[in-house]
Design a protein around this ligand. Structure first.
Ligand SMILES: Nc1ncnc2c1ncn2[C@@H]1O[C@H](COP(=O)(O)OP(=O)(O)OP(=O)(O)O)[C@@H](O)[C@H]1O
Length: 554
């Protein structure tokens, strides 16, 4: 049975009363915080009548103005630390959307990054930090922690003339992760060959995997060529995406039929590769390898030409003319789309049958476009269709002119996707705000180590720890922590209410004038303080810590 989902109500009028200008419209979204911190959104089970309190005044506090730590932010890389897979089961959608909510009402999930985006990013992060303990793969130059990305041990030498392996590796120079392609047993006979890769470093295009450098090595016990490129975590090749049959249990071991590829996806591929070819041909180069196993799918419908430039190095001695290679790129693009549309890696070998399928399953525009690409000598077209280039000349500019309307459609859907991501980013912005607040609070709360010896007499710094942690502002900050996180209900059961936590933290960040009663653990003392006082106390305690830290030269 579907139970009604808890809702959080947002009253913008009340909200505006006390939220500083810069937070306007964001406070309620800061619920995204909790999720980013691993908080289980399902525990926000209560219905909250109002996120904002009443009777608060506008404040002009810049929450980060006094924050010296932001100027020298430290980054930690936890290579050997605790690693565990994110619990994806926590991220299932909560079910059908409740209907009939008013404009100011939100379900808890509305405040969080969409499940699909979070899962995708987490899988990428997980893939990027994969390592093999005690790996036998040697480090290369500045690259260490090599991790083999090949999914099959069967090597196909037909493309490069050498077996190739792809490794993920971390550069000791800049700490970034790269993909290294190794061509086994490659012998460099002419130094100018490897310089051919230099020209590819200038190709910075969204649809080409960027090349950084090329060198030879004997670290593997042979002579290998290494091409260093950008690493795109958790990506797969178009061959893996479109031609790999996955045996499925429920078909009793038979293979499931590959699904029809939507025409919009095909146009997306055509437009992206055309944009890559524009950059490549415009730089006096040719892609040469437009083949499904050398095109990476880095996220949904986002593709990049991979392994460009390698043939320029390995076939340096017998280079064909540039115009011939560039014309071949267009032919290869036509074959690629034909094969993907037919779900068959060798569809171009039975051209008539494959084109018949295109005629049956796709629009005449796509067919016309493919015919233009596949025809070695396009003749003057009489068609008025924008996808039918009217020029005899067959080059990338003519092609781009012919598919201009499809480029506009793809650009528009990309802009929509970008708008959606910007909105998601705006919500997540609140995550960093509340995380910083929590970090400050935790720096201050119950510090054990500030002893008398560290206290400089006459300084404005904190007194000895036993006093510092338990007196003045620190004392009510400690009680505030209990108030936010350790509340119990009337029968002593813990309250784990996400909305309460976010409500309190947002008010603390805004320095609201609302007052709360803080009760000591022994229930002997009750302090009535405003969020404004708490905020001031937190800032001055944090400054104390900074001063002591600087005084000890840390
Ligand atoms: N730059 C990269 N970033 C991330 N992953 C990559 C990158 N380049 C390749 N890969 C991954 O490495 C794996 C092997 O790539 P490769 O190009 O060798 O494909 P392949 O299917 O093994 O082709 P072949 O049969 O020609 O060797 C693929 O799963 C691919 O997704």
């Amino acid at each position: 049975m579907h139970t009604k989902e808890p809702v959080v109500e947002w009253h913008p009028q009340e909200f505006q009363e006390f939220v500083p200008q810069s937070f306007e419209g964001q406070m309620v979204d800061s619920n995204a915080q909790a999720q980013a911190l691993g908080y289980d959104p399902f525990s926000a089970s209560s219905t909250i009548s109002s996120i904002a309190g009443s009777g608060h005044q506008a404040s002009t506090i810049n929450p980060y103005a006094q924050d010296p730590s932001l100027s020298g932010a430290s980054y930690y890389q936890n290579a050997a630390g605790f690693q565990t897979s994110p619990a994806y089961h926590l991220y299932w959608p909560v079910g059908p959307q409740p209907t009939g909510l008013l404009a100011y009402q939100r379900t808890a999930h509305d405040f969080f990054i969409p499940d699909s985006v979070r899962e995708d990013l987490q899988k990428k992060a997980e893939a990027a930090r994969q390592v093999v303990p005690n790996s036998s793969i040697p480090p290369l130059e500045q690259f260490h922690s090599l991790f083999c990305l090949d999914t099959s041990a069967q090597k196909n030498q037909s493309l490069f003339g050498y077996s190739s392996w792809v490794y993920k590796a971390v550069s000791a120079k800049d700490g970034n992760t790269y993909a290294l392609r190794r061509l086994e047993n490659f012998r460099l006979t002419n130094e100018t060959a490897i310089r051919a890769a230099q020209a590819w470093k200038r190709i910075l295009n969204g649809s080409v995997v960027t090349i950084h450098e090329a060198f030879t090595t004997r670290a593997f016990g042979d002579s290998s060529l290494i091409i260093v490129t950008d690493y795109h975590p958790n990506s797969k090749t178009l061959a893996e995406e479109h031609f790999k049959q996955i045996p499925m249990q429920r078909f009793h071991g038979r293979q499931a039929a590959l699904s029809h590829v939507p025409e919009q996806t095909l146009w997306g591929y055509i437009v992206q590769i055309a944009s890559a070819l524009k950059a490549i041909h415009g730089s006096g180069l040719a892609a040469r390898l437009i083949t499904p196993s050398k095109i990476l799918l880095t996220s949904k419908n986002r593709i990049r030409l991979n392994a460009c430039g390698i043939l320029d190095v390995v076939q340096h001695e017998n280079m064909r003319s540039l115009s011939e290679l560039q014309a071949e790129d267009l032919l290869h693009l036509g074959r690629l789309i034909l094969c993907i549309a037919n779900n068959n890696a060798s569809a171009h070998l039975s051209m008539q049958k494959s084109m018949d399928y295109i005629t049956r399953s796709y629009t005449a525009r796509l067919k016309e476009c493919l015919q233009w690409l596949l025809n070695p000598q396009p003749t003057q077209s009489t068609s008025t269709s924008p996808t039918a280039p009217t020029h005899v000349q067959k080059d990338i500019d003519t092609f781009l002119g012919g598919i201009a309307d499809q480029m506009a459609t793809v650009l528009d859907s990309e802009l929509h996707a970008q708008d959606t991501l910007t909105n998601t980013l705006a919500r997540e912005l609140e995550s960093s705000r509340l995380v910083r607040l929590l970090i400050k609070l935790n720096f201050i709360n119950e510090r054990p180590e500030l002893d008398a010896s560290q206290h400089v007499p006459g300084s404005t710094g904190p007194p000895p720890s036993s006093m510092w942690a338990e007196t003045g502002e620190r004392y009510y900050l400690k009680l505030f922590r209990d108030y936010v996180f350790h509340q119990v209900d009337a029968i002593g059961h813990p309250i784990t209410n996400l909305a309460h936590v976010l409500d309190c933290l947002n008010k603390l960040d805004a320095g609201s004038d609302e007052k709360i009663a803080l009760i000591s653990r022994d229930e002997q003392n009750v302090l009535v303080v405003s969020y404004r006082e708490l905020k001031r106390g937190m800032e001055s305690s944090f400054q104390d810590l900074i001063r002591v830290g600087r005084g000890s030269g840390k």
